[in-house]
Design a protein around this ligand. Structure first.
Ligand code: MN
Length: 251
């Protein structure tokens, strides 16, 4: 398994678990997203270091960057500081940006991405295909991984156009030596299609729903066992190529 993705939830004392869609937009409007983003990155790095110290992994932890965070002038310094404070080897941190963040002011974006890469971290493009996808920047920007948006993945088994788009994106990424992950994989048929098209990394419910950080080790052990006994879980060649979603509880 190459990595996990940190997803934030808000455990509210009276209202219970609040999904990100309900509070992230407000956090973005108010600017509070800066503190939340920093907290998530710090928590994710610290958690990953704890796992490694406990002999779990090593794998990357991916953190979603918001537009505001990406454009903050001291982003690179703040990432460097978090890595230093938590002691996580930079190669085990992955930052996810979306296409829309990379749209404007190309020189500035390029400089920022290169500065992040110099830290030794991994950079991926999230939700690929939903924004103003530009093949030009895929070639120019220092991007390690492209994550194909779930909306395309959902289509691949019953829509010829959807299937054509996904296989074309995989082929382009491969020819540029960029890794590809398919997001939102829920069905075995989707996995089989992706496999036939040389996309061996998947993320989604077929592998694991989001799980709280403290349950990850258990979840991994369960998956290993299931793969070993070749039960309902798809077989071994993929077991080290999947990405689990991971839930970081309270903000
Ligand atoms: Mn993401």
């Amino acid at each position: 398994m190459p990595g996990v993705e940190a997803l934030v939830r808000w455990q509210h004392p009276e209202r219970g678990l609040i999904p990100p869609a309900d509070f992230i937009p407000v956090a973005e409007e108010t600017g509070l997203i800066m503190q939340i983003g920093e907290h998530v990155m710090r928590t994710a790095c610290a958690q990953n270091k704890r796992w490694q110290d406990a002999g779990i992994g090593p794998f990357r932890v991916a953190v979603n960057l918001s537009m505001l965070q990406f454009h903050q002038h001291n982003l690179v310094e703040s990432v460097r500081q978090i890595l230093a404070d938590t002691g996580l080897d930079p190669k085990y941190l992955e930052l996810e940006i979306t296409e829309s963040m990379a749209m404007h002011n190309e020189d500035y974006i390029m400089e920022k991405l290169h500065a992040l890469k110099r830290l030794g971290i991994h950079i991926s493009i999230d939700d690929f295909g939903t924004g103003y996808s530009s093949l030009g920047y895929l070639k120019k920007f220092p991007v390690d991984t492209l994550k194909i948006d779930r909306s395309f993945v959902q289509d691949i088994t019953f829509d010829l156009d959807g299937a054509a788009i996904v296989s074309a994106v995989i082929a382009i990424a491969r020819s540029l030596s960029i890794d590809v992950i398919a997001e939102g994989v829920e069905l075995l048929e989707q996995l089989e299609f992706l496999q036939r098209n040389q996309c061996v990394r998947i993320q989604g419910y077929l592998f694991s729903p989001p799980v709280p950080a403290e349950l990850l080790a258990e979840r991994l052990a369960g998956l290993r066992q299931a793969a070993a006994s070749a039960s309902s879980v798809p077989a071994e060649p993929f077991s080290d190529q999947r990405v689990a979603d991971l839930d970081f509880g309270n903000v």
